[in-house]
Design a protein around this ligand. Structure first.
Ligand code: SAM
Length: 330
């Protein structure tokens, strides 16, 4: 076994997010502009074989958990075939997917057959008109059908539902999401709005924090915190009456950089060591120029070593990275 990947701050890197496309069939307000988006050229996107090669090498270097994301991963043609190619990699412990759910009912069976182990579905509102307002698509029913389709496979667990929390919007959704968490086995989590939106409209006041949502919930339910697992992004709370739990991913108000074990590979083959990185390391051109695994390993180790200590969202002078969430891969 090779030496495992570490950064200069002593963190072992074992979690990889791979974006398979920058394209998306939704236009969520907090992520992409309504139109005028410049897509990556198709030949700039890593092929399935290129992704498989890089993931295999990264697993050899200690990556254990792989999450596929985008853009919207299910709009990439033949996506379940890629899942099968990655599921076959020896040493990978966990293979999961983050999706907006729109195409999930169509692909659930193929994804499970290919080896997907866990799925996160992003849903920001459980009311049709408000869902439309956020996503600019009238697709709540289709997304809920996708969620049910994947949840029908008992081995795909936990199924997580992620809602971006924004001030003056999400307050009215909180109880609806609590009802969902309490009436199903889905793990529902609220994610704080981060400065990665295409419209560059983010401001600190627009973040509805996890603490604020918990105080809304506490007007109706008692909560009890579940001990945090190492590297977890979410703080989890049980409903004290025994009906399910609810989670909070609070990168803005309660950053969890100290034990961050994540790196990202963009659809065009750039390695990113932080969501908010201002630098990225190209792997695609070396791959296409005939780099050996040893060459690539050197580039990767060097980039990972320089992983950022923390993000600076709460500091004055913070500048968002040039890429938006949809182009990084959330
Ligand atoms: N299309 C897929 C989906 O919707 O899950 C995968 C990609 S999407 C970029 C991944 C996650 O990032 C989604 O849960 C989305 O809500 C979240 N996201 C996008 N922009 C965000 C932002 N500015 N702040 C917080 N979360 C964001």
């Amino acid at each position: 076994m090779a030496d495992l990947l570490h950064d200069a701050h002593g963190r072992r890197i074992s979690d990889l997010r791979v974006s398979v496309t920058d394209r998306c069939n939704f236009r969520c307000q907090y992520c992409m502009p309504a139109d005028g988006i410049e897509w990556l050229p198709r030949d700039g996107i890593l092929s399935f074989e290129e992704i498989q090669r890089l993931v295999r090498l990264l697993v050899h270097l200690g990556i254990e958990d792989l999450r596929l994301t985008g853009g919207e991963p299910l709009v990439r043609r033949d996506f379940p075939r890629l899942v099968g190619m990655l599921a076959a990699i020896d040493g990978l412990r966990d293979l999961s997917l983050t999706t907006n759910g729109y195409l999930l009912d169509r692909h659930a069976e193929a994804l499970v057959a290919a080896g997907i182990q866990r799925v996160n579905v992003s849903i920001d509102s459980l009311a049709r008109d408000r869902f439309f307002r956020i996503t600019r698509r009238d697709s709540l029913a289709q997304v809920l059908a996708g969620l049910e389709a994947i949840a029908a496979y008992p081995d795909v667990r936990p199924v997580k539902v992620n809602a971006v929390a924004m001030r003056d919007f999400t307050e009215d959704e909180v109880m609806r999401f609590c009802d969902l968490a309490r009436s199903t086995d889905y793990q529902v989590r609220f994610i704080e709005f981060m400065p990665l939106d295409g419209d560059r409209a983010w401001k600190p006041e627009a973040v509805l924090t996890g603490a604020e949502i918990r105080s809304i919930i506490r007007t109706a339910h008692q909560l009890e915190e579940v001990p945090r697992e190492p590297h977890a992004t979410a703080r989890r709370f049980r409903f004290r009456d025994g009906h399910g739990e609810i989670g909070f991913i609070s990168p803005v108000s309660e950053p969890f950089c100290a034990d961050c074990n994540r790196i990202r590979l963009t659809a065009d083959g750039k390695l990113r060591t932080c969501l908010f990185s201002m630098h990225e390391t190209d792997l695609r051109d070396p791959v296409r120029a005939g780099a050996t695994d040893a060459d690539l390993e050197g580039i990767i180790r060097d980039a990972v070593w320089r992983k950022e200590l923390k993000h600076h969202v709460n500091e004055s002078g913070f500048r968002p990275p040039p890429r938006t969430m949809s182009a990084i891969g959330g």
